[in-house]
Design a protein. Structure first.
Length: 317
């Protein structure tokens, strides 16, 4: 992924790329990544941040405070807290977050700022430009509010347009998002590119997982078909369709087991309601396993029991 970013930066700033190619010759080049919450830094970006450190960069990670900060710092990445940053859009808090970002960037003076996630992508790009950061890059991991009321959709697209004016280059993990942004003239074709996404096959390797042990820990028969999804429990992650599929297929495919892995996010306007989770758990339509940082059978057994409301209790814990 870092090679793709280097290529994007070459088109954004030839002189900036030359400095990045020789961080050891010019002293450590300071690179700041910004996300809304520390969860994104930990689970989406940490390997990338470590890769840049390995290339000789001084890497900063900016986000709101959270439980993942110790993991980030143990990985050798300095975390700079932005207390007002939060997922929920709130005008007063967002203005405070913008001010805090500007102050932090002026103090730390990074050569490059790379922003991620919807809110940090908007506030971070604007703050970086206000702070005089030489090179500003943004990655769109997914467009916010592409559906819904026209006024709401228009507002967020306008914010994307404004933030894009503050960046040197835009990267998109989805071709569809890139095409939409270009079609609406939010980003310039010459200053944007498709980045794509990927999975570390060394980590997500079935041979590394004790599938039998995991099934036993979760009380799932060895011959059962298991259908799972991973993501925060918000409707935009496709849970409406997943739940409808589970309701339909459980009558057609006897013994099929549906599992949802991910934490609640009740601060979001589109959070999956507790009553929905309770109902699906009680009827054993979907088993909710909560946030998982390990896929080992022992970790599953530690926080789960056989069925029913125990899945919901695990999720809340």
């Amino acid at each position: 992924m870092q090679r793709s970013i280097f290529g994007a930066l070459q088109r954004a700033s030839d002189s900036g790329l030359q400095m990045m190619k020789r961080p050891s010759e010019t002293g450590p080049l300071r690179l700041a990544h910004i996300t809304t919450v520390d969860l994104s830094l930990r689970f989406l970006l940490l390997e990338q941040l470590q890769a840049f450190r390995g290339e000789g960069f001084e890497v900063l990670a900016l986000s709101g405070r959270g439980p993942c900060v110790p993991d980030i710092e143990r990985a050798g990445v300095e975390h700079v807290p932005v207390p007002a940053l939060q997922r929920r859009w709130a005008p007063v808090a967002d203005i405070a977050a913008l001010i805090q970002l500007v102050i932090a960037l002026r103090r730390r003076r990074p050569m490059i700022v790379h922003t991620h996630t919807p809110k940090a992508g908007v506030l971070g790009r604007i703050a970086a430009r206000l702070a005089g950061v030489p090179i500003v890059i943004n990655t769109t991991h997914g467009l916010y509010a592409v559906d819904g009321p026209r006024v709401r959709r228009g507002f967020f697209l306008m914010m994307e347009w404004l933030a894009a004016r503050c960046s040197d280059f835009e990267l998109c993990q989805s071709r569809e998002d890139l095409e939409r942004l270009r079609r609406l003239h939010i980003v310039d074709a010459a200053r944007s590119a498709y980045l794509g996404n990927g999975v570390n096959l060394d980590v997500f390797n079935p041979d590394r997982v004790d599938g039998h042990g995991a099934r036993t820990a979760l009380g799932i028969p060895a011959d059962a078909i298991v259908v799972g999804t991973v993501g925060r429990l918000v409707w935009e992650k496709g849970y409406r369709e997943f739940f409808a599929m589970a309701e339909s297929l459980r009558h057609e495919v006897p013994g099929v087991v549906f599992v949802a892995i991910g934490p609640t996010d009740l601060g979001k306007a589109d959070a999956v309601e507790t009553r929905v989770i309770d109902d699906l758990s009680r009827r054993d339509v979907v088993r909710f396993l909560g946030l998982r940082t390990s896929c080992t059978a022992s970790s599953m057994a530690a926080s789960s029991s056989s069925a029913g409301t125990s899945w919901n209790r695990s999720l809340r814990d």
